[in-house]
Write a protein that binds this ligand. Structure first.
Ligand SMILES: [Zn+2]
Length: 252
């Protein structure tokens, strides 16, 4: 039985004997019903070993007294795998991972050792694992960069600035400061990236803004200032190139 709890503080209901007893009896009930349902769907030999411990795999329908788990390399007896409804008693891998030959081993599984049972069927002492599954924020440089760039896009009011935001060089240093270099031809020199600064402050980061002069993707950066629509910009840019192309050599 597995309990999902935020903290192992003893207040979790699973630590109260009455609750625990009730939960375990519901779980056993459920197991019996599932077992009943499965044994009507599966070959009888899949849930009842013969006198030599041979059982039939419910999916592959091959017979064997020894089985192997592809997932944890455990060697499993026919009785064990039938009892556990074809899930590995060691790691819980599903029937799809259970085979009668360890074809993935050079010695066909001779070197594999018997599976370690994760609590036996006769021992109803619950095995608690307190699982903290709260999402954890790992704010690495890549994620910070993504947020800052997204904020730069919020700040961009035309295509030129959008390209500037997408082209900006963003570096996060070890002291969690952010360096943002904005292309002079794409981002107006006097425009403060307000949203980017807000986001950096939310993340507790200092920002250094810089200008850079690099090769820009398309000529005539001013064209991008005329529109906020990428398709409109693309059309103007294509036309500008076409016009330039049709001019005689030497004239612009
Ligand atoms: Zn396994």
């Amino acid at each position: 039985m597995r309990s999902i709890a935020v903290e192992n503080d003893g207040n979790c209901p699973v630590f109260h004997p009455e609750f625990l007893e009730k939960a375990l009896s519901l779980a056993r009930d459920r197991v019996d019903r599932v077992r009943g349902k499965i044994s009507t769907d599966w070959p009888r030999r899949s849930t009842k070993p013969d006198h030599e411990g041979v059982v039939r795999h419910p999916l592959w329908c091959d017979d064997s007294a020894v089985w192997f788990c592809l997932h944890c390399d455990g060697k499993i007896t026919g009785a064990q795998i039938a009892q556990n409804l074809w899930h590995c008693p060691g790691c819980g891998a599903p029937p799809l991972d259970i085979f009668n030959t360890a074809f993935w081993c050079e010695d066909d599984g001779k070197s594999l050792s018997p599976v370690k049972m994760d609590g036996t069927k006769d021992n109803d002492k619950p095995d608690f694992r307190v699982v903290d599954d709260r999402p954890k924020l790992d704010l690495n440089a890549e994620k910070i960069t993504l947020l800052i760039r997204s904020a730069l896009l919020d700040d961009a009011t035309n295509i030129s600035e959008k390209l500037g935001a997408l082209h900006a060089e963003i570096t996060v240093d070890d002291d969690n400061g952010v360096w943002v270099s904005l292309e002079e031809n794409l981002w107006p020199h006097d425009k403060e990236p307000v949203q980017a600064l807000v986001v950096a402050a939310q993340l507790g980061l200092g920002v250094e803004l810089e200008k850079m002069w690099s090769s820009i993707p398309f000529h005539w950066p001013g064209l991008g200032e005329l529109t906020a629509s990428t398709s409109e910009y693309t059309q103007m840019m294509l036309e500008a190139y076409a016009k330039y192309d049709s001019l005689p050599n030497g004239k612009t």
